[in-house]
Design a binder for this molecule. Structure first.
Ligand code: GDP
Ligand code: MG
Length: 439
């Protein structure tokens, strides 16, 4: 995946900006790289569309090359695709939390069961593992051996009792012993089939688990999406555990799971040892896929500097009380390009208290305001007083912009209001006043 993506960036070397034309070929490379990594087709389509939309509309950051900027957009989108944040296991504060493991045969459920017990033990939780795979006596022995290794009790009733009954009895036993977490290991099949699903449904119903975690082998290719969808619909899962990430997996499963199920990957296994289980970090995974850590931090830094510059210029303007319609337009545009007025406003010392709801409202009205400012004469933009004094001018702006006179009046009043509000917030004492609009 990494090398496929590198081809994409290299095609942008020497370009000055990202355009619809020059990203076409890199986007094809990205698409191909994702498909080759076994990401499912609908996921690839949505991903590529979203990246293209953002790339063409993006404001260039000074000192950052377009190819670097595209890397950053792809990275952010990858992180988003994988759920953004780390998703913790849900463990109740009191009582016994039940975790049910599901998945095909050989994906690593039994191993994960013991790894998870070991992981939770390190976090100070007492655990019990319940052997509800009754089809292979060897499966129970395997769990017992692992239980000995990590020092966690295994509850078993052999192979003659129904899995759902074993699960119920095991959890009752765990509750009696005031165990924090009971992990139920279930049987898988090589293929999705009704018997497995019915049995899982029965176990789930019997024990009402807090977490139902689908264990997925990272080597699963294109089928991962269908697999996750089926388990998601039939059983209802709360998350996934991705195993065997230490192998030469192409990473596709990691990218599809969240998108097709809406549920996060919570943990990943990267080896056969009991300590090889860790939380899933979407940002680290995205970074690894791209293999371009330094480009990312460089672009982030440049973005920060640019936001800082816009914020400082805005502050200078407000301080000198010359904030006019030109600034209004320039600032709001620059800010809109970067996504959020509130982030920039928040950077101005003393301005963090601006009501976020007001800011959102302002963002929404931006387009309307722009259309009115666009038809103002240069003089009117510089001296908003002209508009305050002349109803004829306001009427003209209204007609030419296709807005109502009331909207124009509001805009003029708002500019003066902003001057005052910002000055007050910055602690500049003489606040000025809003001139009454003459009729
Ligand atoms: P189950 O059928 O789903 O219970 O799968 P098992 O837990 O029995 O695991 C099947 C095989 O995969 C075993 O040989 C494990 O040692 C191996 N395995 C499980 N997890 C990992 C992992 O994260 N990395 C590697 N390399 N092997 C693993
Ligand atoms: Mg097993």
């Amino acid at each position: 995946l990494t090398s496929g993506l590198e081809a994409a960036w290299s095609k942008l070397k020497g370009e000055e900006a990202l355009t619809k034309e020059n990203i076409a070929e890199p986007m094809r490379d990205i698409r191909r790289a994702l498909l080759e990594a076994d990401v499912s087709l609908p996921v690839v389509r949505r991903f590529v569309q979203s990246v293209s939309d953002q790339a063409v509309g993006v404001g260039l950051i000074r000192g950052v090359r377009p190819d670097q900027q595209l890397v950053k957009i792809v990275y952010d989108e990858l992180v988003k695709l994988m759920g953004g944040e780390v998703s913790d296991l849900v463990i109740s504060k009191s009582g016994t939390t039940v975790i049910l493991l599901a998945g095909l045969q050989g994906v690593g459920k039994t191993t994960v069961c013991a790894k998870l017990a070991f992981y939770l033990k390190k976090l100070g939780k007492s655990c019990m593992m319940i052997a509800a795979d009754v089809y292979r006596p060897a499966a129970i022995d395997q769990l017992k051996i692992l239980g000995d290794q990590v020092g966690v009790t295994v509850y078993t009733e052999g192979t003659e009792v129904k899995p759902s009954q074993i699960a119920i009895n095991g959890i009752e036993e765990a509750r009696k012993r005031k165990i924090d977490v009971a992990i139920v290991d279930t049987a898988g099949r090589l293929q999705l089939n009704k018997t497995m699903m019915d049995e899982l449904k029965e176990v789930k119903q019997a024990v009402n688990p807090t977490e139902v975690l689908l264990v997925v082998d990272a080597m699963t290719g294109q089928e991962a999406a269908a697999l996750v969808t089926t388990f998601s619909i039939e059983i209802g899962i709360t998350g996934a555990i991705l195993t065997k990430l230490d192998g030469d997996s192409r990473g596709g499963a990691a990218l599809s799971i969240r998108e097709v199920s809406g549920k996060p990957i919570k943990l990943v296994g990267r080896g056969e040892r009991m300590e090889d289980l860790e939380p899933f970090y979407p940002d680290r995974m995205a970074g690894r896929i791209l293999g371009m850590g330094d480009v990312l931090s460089f672009v982030e830094k440049a973005q920060e500097v640019m936001q800082q510059e816009v914020a400082e210029e805005l502050q200078r303007k407000i301080m000198s009380a010359k904030f006019d319609f030109n600034d209004f337009l320039k600032q709001t545009r620059a800010v809109a390009k970067m996504g959020s007025v509130s982030r920039v406003i928040g950077m101005i010392p003393g301005m963090a208290k601006v009501n976020p709801a007001q800011i959102r409202e302002a963002e929404k009205n931006l387009k309307i305001m722009e259309s009115m400012i666009n038809v103002m004469t240069p003089e009117e933009r510089e001296k908003p007083e002209l508009l305050a004094e002349s109803p004829t001018r306001r009427r003209r702006v209204a007609t030419e912009s296709g807005k109502s006179e009331q909207q124009v009046s509001q805009l003029v009043a708002q500019l003066f209001q902003m001057r005052i509000q910002m000055k007050n917030l910055l602690g500049v004492m003489e606040g000025g006043s809003i001139p009454a609009l003459k009729n």
